[in-house]
Design a protein around this ligand. Structure first.
Ligand SMILES: NC(=O)c1ccc[n+]([C@@H]2O[C@H](COP(=O)([O-])OP(=O)(O)OC[C@H]3O[C@@H](n4cnc5c(N)ncnc54)[C@H](OP(=O)(O)O)[C@@H]3O)[C@@H](O)[C@H]2O)c1
Length: 221
């Protein structure tokens, strides 16, 4: 087993490893593997432990230039920080969590705070939903989401079927589990199902992997 890249695990639990990996690294990798519950092809967050299958590749055409975020808390802030890298991608934030949203908009000229969640949707090509599970109805009820948008659901424990029913939209829905290291563009983000624009986004913010099979109902993804 050989480590391929420095990496950082969920909640900074696993520090980067370089050089040949020993038992400790193998054990940590296995733990992370369990955490993200999806790297079924034997490759664990930059550590090669078996045959590597194709990773997700983005294409120029799949790169979105206007990204909305509904729910600017811990993970929302981390994603905005990662996106604020000098690229011209515009980021539209929901107004709740006003202090954080204002701070991010002050720090990064491509970030704007919207008047309400509908404006976030209307101005964005891709919208990330990052509110707490219990806040989803209040945050999303009544939103109109056109079929040409892409929605990314990062809420733990909220399936895409639930979300589609709530939003009554034809738009593609993708579930994703970003890690806090996304702020440094070092998150391994697992997604389902694969979508080129979403793969491209999370590759920009670290690494992106898509599940090859539909997650079970007990899976975090
Ligand atoms: N934290 C992580 O590492 C992580 C990783 C992957 C996925 N997630 C998922 O991401 C979601 C958010 O987690 P978090 O840790 O970032 O939680 P958080 O820090 O509590 O942030 C949630 C944010 O949503 C805002 N919010 C609440 N109701 C809203 C509404 N109606 N419209 C717009 N925004 C609203 C909250 O604003 P107020 O502060 O004003 O209530 C808060 O800023 C959860 O579903 C979690 O499962 C988290």
């Amino acid at each position: 087993m050989t480590c391929r890249k420095r990496s950082k695990a969920a909640s900074n639990a696993w520090q980067g490893i370089t050089g040949p990996c020993g038992d400790r690294a193998r054990e940590m990798c296995a733990r992370l593997y369990t955490t993200v519950n999806s790297l079924a092809d034997g490759r664990c967050f930059g550590v090669e432990i078996g045959p590597v299958t194709s990773t997700t590749h983005s294409t120029e055409a799949a790169v979105v230039k206007r990204i909305g975020i509904i729910g600017v808390g811990e993970i929302g802030r981390a994603m905005v920080t990662g996106l604020c890298d000098g690229d011209r991608t515009e980021v539209f934030l929901s107004p709740r969590g006003a202090r954080t949203a204002a701070e991010l908009a002050g720090r990064c000229e491509t970030v704007q705070v919207c008047a309400d969640n509908q404006e976030v949707v209307d101005r964005s090509e891709l919208v990330i939903i990052a509110v707490r599970r219990e806040d989803r109805h209040e945050a999303l009820a009544g939103l109109r989401v056109a079929g040409d948008k892409v929605l990314v659901n990062v809420m733990a424990g909220v399936g895409n079927d639930d979300l589609r029913q709530m939003l009554a939209t034809e738009a593609p829905l993708v579930r994703a589990i970003p890690l806090p290291a996304i702020r440094e563009r070092r998150s391994l983000t697992v997604t389902w199902p694969s979508h080129p624009a979403v793969n491209s986004l999370f590759e920009r913010l670290g690494y992106s992997r898509s599940r090859t099979r539909r997650p079970s109902t007990s899976s975090p993804l």
